[in-house]
Design a protein around this ligand. Sequence first.
Ligand code: NDP
Length: 331
Amino acid sequence: MTHAAADDRYDAMTYRRTGRSGLDLPAISLGLWHNFGDDVPLERQRDVLRRAFDLGITHFDLANNYGPPYGSAETNFGRHLRDDFRPYRDELVLSTKAGYDMWAGPYGQGGGGRKYVLASLDQSLRRMGVDYVDVFYSHRPDPTTPLEETMGALDTAVRSGRALYAGISSYSPQDTARAAAILADLGTPLLIHQPSYSMLNRWIETEGLLDTLADVGAGCIAFSPLAQGMLTDKYLSGIPEGSRASQGKSLSTDLLTEQTLAHVRALHGLAQERGQSLAQMALAWALRDPRVTSVLIGASSVAQLEQNVAALDRLDFSDDELARIDQHAVD
Ligand code: NDP
């Protein structure tokens, strides 16, 4: 049965304008990289999606290869969309990406070639059961393909109505500036960049990506703002059963060094002084720069989601707090 969405779903969430565009995004968006493949019961997925929407999260981020297996997050999301959210399509911003290996043969190996990028988008639309996505991304730079070709494919995606906006992910500041210029020439502005960013990974500050994005008028949606769970209380005393690090997936236990954990413990203490959980402080911190449009979280339970959205209750930082955080927010 269709989800009867909460009447107050827009009361608490904050929305931010994406660069120089007409699109607002929720300050906290939900990504389906993990927790929405065939390895997770559909009921749990449904509960997280329903709660997210009821909390004002209007943006769901996918990619062709999210699962496992590849493609299953889109297929499962399509099922939830059909069952629960069909009447709400115009309240949702859906994104997907192409860039990593997807199917057999030379045209399915990922990258930025026109044939792969557009075929992948068509597959994504079919899996999700939608006519268009709101944002279509080049998932990663492909140095073997002319940037003009990849940006041309994004432009075609928008012109043909399969996507409303174009985005790029994990491009360097230099490639971002070039990509934005090519897209501007084609008449399809670069809407947004999706980089990694957290207290343990500050490259978008140190390498100047945020400055570039401000220059070209694109927004920024930061992925893995909790460093895949490291910036929560989850790993403070070991590696819990069922956690991402315990599953040998994308979060290697090699990253949980004593040095990193010492920083995480110190940050946890600072969060407690602010009356927040570490996860909440990490999200508020990543949103402290207005050039960051949204933080893109993952959640394996409704409880995590609720805790994370409550970060918006306390976004302000004193100079002293920021200086103390700087001592431990190091990559
Ligand atoms: P996060 O850094 O938010 O990590 C999410 C994980 O942290 C959860 O699955 C959960 O792990 C743990 N967690 C979250 N909240 C809490 C909490 N309150 N307390 C304890 N643990 C918590 O983001 P992700 O790494 O999941 O990435 C988010 C999204 O970003 C992806 O879904 C995807 O859309 C996008 N992304 C894009 C990439 C790109 O190349 N463009 C690359 C990576 C991500 P657990 O399972 O252990 O409970």
